[in-house]
Design a protein around this ligand. Structure first.
Ligand SMILES: NC(=O)CC[C@H](N)C(=O)O
Length: 217
């Protein structure tokens, strides 16, 4: 059966995520209310502004149901601000900013700093770029966070390399974790959906299908 994957539609690039999900063989639906959350097999938390999404989640009465759904095993993929929301702990958040949590990581918000606010890069990502005929993932970092540290249950899927492909030095970001998986949670610091890349979503849709096969949450 086709997996139904929601895209949290409070802020951010909902349409691009929906397109990448459809390209990966899923049905994509927007989620703005708790009843819509109940009807999905998995959920994408798009990028945007994590402080704003945090506030909107509370205004729309979605924060607690979503936290409960994550605890109960709902597969969730968080990109950029979405990765911040999945982190158990946050550095550089504004006063009172909360996350949904679920992934045992410390995330640093706006980690890439001002000079390199936004950039595109080709990255190796386990489970995505290492497949047959695989090629690096084309990623876009937009005022992106990174994962400062990760607990033992967290599988690191991608790091910033020591040097870029053109030989340019990377600086402070070298070696930082930018993609990770913990159980049914997937997080990337980057946006794959705006570069026409759908393989990260394909990995997530496979996680959703696997959780459907495993049965009731
Ligand atoms: N592209 C993004 O999602 C940026 C994230 C943003 N800097 C935040 O803190 O939420």
């Amino acid at each position: 059966m086709t997996a139904t994957v929601g895209v949290l539609a409070l802020q951010g690039d909902v349409r691009e995520h929906a397109a990448a999900l459809v390209a990966s063989g899923a049905r994509a639906v927007p989620v703005r209310r708790p009843t819509e959350l109940d009807a999905v097999d998995g959920l994408v938390l798009p990028g945007g502004e994590s402080t704003t999404i945090d506030k909107l989640l509370r205004i729309f009465d979605l924060a607690d149901p979503l936290r409960a759904a994550i605890r109960a095993g709902l597969p969730v993929y968080g990109s950029c601000a979405g990765m911040i929301l999945l982190a158990d702990r946050i550095e550089g958040g504004i006063d009172g900013q909360r996350t949904l949590g679920g992934m045992d990581v410390v995330v640093r918000r706006n980690a890439f700093g001002r000079q390199v606010d936004s950039f595109e890069a080709d990255l190796d990502m386990a489970g995505v770029s290492d497949g047959p005929g695989g090629r690096p993932v084309r990623t876009a970092f937009i005022r992106a966070p990174w994962i400062e540290s990760a607990g033992p249950e967290v599988e690191v899927l991608a790091r910033i390399p020591d040097r870029w492909a053109d030989g340019a030095a990377v600086g402070d970001a070298a070696g930082k974790i930018v993609a990770a998986r913990a159980g049914r949670l997937l997080a990337t610091a980057f946006h794959p959906e705006i570069t026409g890349e759908s393989r990260v979503h394909t990995l997530f849709v496979r996680m959703v299908e696997e959780s459907n096969r495993e049965g009731a949450r």
